[in-house]
Design a protein around this ligand. Structure first.
Ligand code: FES
Length: 140
């Protein structure tokens, strides 16, 4: 959904971010920046038995990026890694009640961070999270 305003859900996530803060001994981590505006997101994941068991984040970004990052930490928990990394940015935007037209790109940070964190986790643990004998790193 695209509108010209922040939804009440987005404002709630911005004013009361869920799972904000660094995660000690995280299993996976990613730092991503938006080259257009310079906003950044550091995402931490706890991974257990092929699923996201926990997530937290630190953000230096706009309200939309903070809200979508907050929503991401709730959406991800319990998902198998394959489902987590397949979530499109639109899913994070939906989770905050949609984004204003000028802020649609802000949900890219969360989606990129999730994919990067999981990809890095796989690269660091050959033999886990992928098919035996197949390369662990994925392109795209
Ligand atoms: Fe930079 Fe929103 S304006 S991520």
């Amino acid at each position: 959904m695209v509108s010209d305003y922040y939804s009440t859900t987005l404002i709630d996530h911005f004013e009361h971010p869920r799972n904000a803060g660094a995660m000690e001994n995280a299993d996976a981590e990613a730092y991503v920046t938006n080259p257009v505006c310079g906003d950044s997101l550091r995402l931490y994941l706890r991974i257990d038995d092929g699923r996201v068991a926990g997530a937290s984040f630190l953000s230096s970004g706009c309200p939309a990026s903070i809200a979508t990052s907050s929503a991401a930490t709730e959406l991800l928990v319990g998902l198998p890694l394959e489902e987590a990394e397949a979530l499109p940015r639109e899913r994070y935007a939906e989770a905050v009640g949609g984004l204003p037209r000028s802020k649609v790109h802000c949900s890219v940070l969360a989606a990129s961070a999730v994919r990067q964190a999981i990809a890095t986790w796989r690269q660091q643990r050959p033999g886990e999270g992928g098919e035996a004998g197949e390369p662990q790193a994925r392109g795209g």
